[in-house]
Design a protein around this ligand. Structure first.
Ligand code: KG4
Ligand code: ZN
Length: 358
């Protein structure tokens, strides 16, 4: 079974053909990073327009690479929630048009659920692990992206219960903001990752806060960390209390200091993630697999730290491959297959929805 997956929820125009819900036959992603860089973040109106220009060439290329003409497809899957409404509209309109024109089933996909299916995809049949995707469940799922930071209990690819999520910023958003504070270009996540890896960086140079919240909480809070980075770089604001001496100015932001701040920031951000995962696994001992997806799961330190965490606890770690961490069509097509099998198809009334279903 071959399914075309279309993804346009934010600033990536993406399409992919996936076979039997696991094997990636093509995975085309047209990034808009260059268009949004000068604004330091995604501008929704620009994103929507760029999707309109790119969607057909991207779909055509995905079908070409997969050597799959439209007539050989079994269904069209599209990410229809959550995301920027003007961006989602473009992918949903394209998917509905193709499904209607070719009489193909249409499947609407939740983007967050798709990020948690990405770790089960592969490029070669030898790499399919576990060979039967059902063996991964029940699992805990960690989504870490620019828009989401949450832990789920997953009974199957589309039966998910959210255990906890961020009460303020998503971790990717904080990576991007910390990078902006350090004067690095957008998107900052990969830049902080690279800076922290440079020789000589010291992740203990700054004691940034790791938010714990309540004793059993698996929610996240990253706004304190963001403020701490701001104060570390620009200095603390003066107290309004009369007679209080102004705080000393921060040391100059040398390259060495930037490296140390980036490394210390990562230690705190990722420390918060492993802390909450520990609590979640303690509360769900029947889950022996961790599924991880979303743009921040491309982070080298997170991948390493999660490897150590899972090894210590005897948990099978399933990380999305690098090309499937950020937004992509393969995760949409893969999950589309599972929903099609479950009979969960949509009709032409499928609408884009800005919020997630899980
Ligand atoms: O999943 P994604 O493509 O879009 C959303 O659904 O939000 O995630 C994008 C986020 C951005 O915040 C980006 O900075 C972050 O993923 N990101 C990284 C890395 N690569 C991408 N963050 C940390 N380290 C990386 N290597
Ligand atoms: Zn995403």
């Amino acid at each position: 079974m071959r399914i075309l997956g279309i993804e346009t929820s934010c600033d990536e125009t993406a399409a992919s053909v996936v076979e039997n819900g696991r094997l990636i036959r093509s995975n085309v992603v047209a990034s808009q990073e260059d268009l949004h860089a000068e604004y330091g973040g995604v501008v929704p109106e620009i994103a929507g327009r760029a999707h309109v220009e790119r969607i057909l060439p991207v779909i055509r290329r995905a079908l070409e690479i997969a050597e799959t003409p439209l007539d050989d497809l079994d269904a069209i899957a599209v990410g229809h929630r959550p995301g920027l409404i003007g961006s989602l509209l473009v992918g949903v309109a394209a998917a509905k048009s193709l499904a209607w024109a070719r009489g193909l089933p249409l499947v609407g996909i939740d983007h967050v659920q798709a990020h948690l299916y990405a770790p089960l995809l592969a490029r070669a049949s030898d790499d399919l692990s576990p060979a039967d995707w059902r063996d991964a469940y029940p699992a805990l799922g960690l989504v870490v992206s620019g828009g989401h930071t949450a832990i789920y209990r997953c009974e199957s690819p589309h039966r998910l219960t959210r255990l906890g999520s961020t009460i303020d910023d998503a971790v990717g958003e904080v990576y991007d903001k910390a990078a902006t504070i350090l004067g690095l270009p957008y998107p900052g996540g990969p830049r902080i990752d690279a800076l922290a890896r440079e020789a000589g960086s010291d992740d203990r140079a700054v004691e940034f806060p790791i938010s714990r919240l309540d004793r059993d909480s698996v929610d996240f809070s990253f706004s304190g960390l963001k403020t701490a980075v701001l104060y570390e770089v620009r200095g603390r604001p003066a107290s309004s209390r009369p007679g209080k001496a102004p705080p000393p100015p921060p040391p100059p932001l040398t390259d060495a200091r930037k490296r140390d701040i980036a490394a210390s920031f990562q230690r705190a951000a990722i420390g918060a993630i492993t802390l909450k995962l520990g609590r979640a696994f303690d509360a769900h001992p029947g889950c022996r697999t961790l599924l991880v997806g979303g743009g921040v799961s491309a982070n080298s330190r997170l991948r390493g730290d999660l490897g150590a965490f899972c090894e210590q606890r005897g948990i099978a770690l399933r990380l999305a491959e690098m090309a499937c961490c950020v937004d992509n069509g393969a995760m949409i097509a893969g999950l589309g297959c599972r929903l099609l099998e479950a009979g969960e198809t949509a009709d032409l009334s499928l609408a884009p929805v800005p919020t997630t279903a899980c």
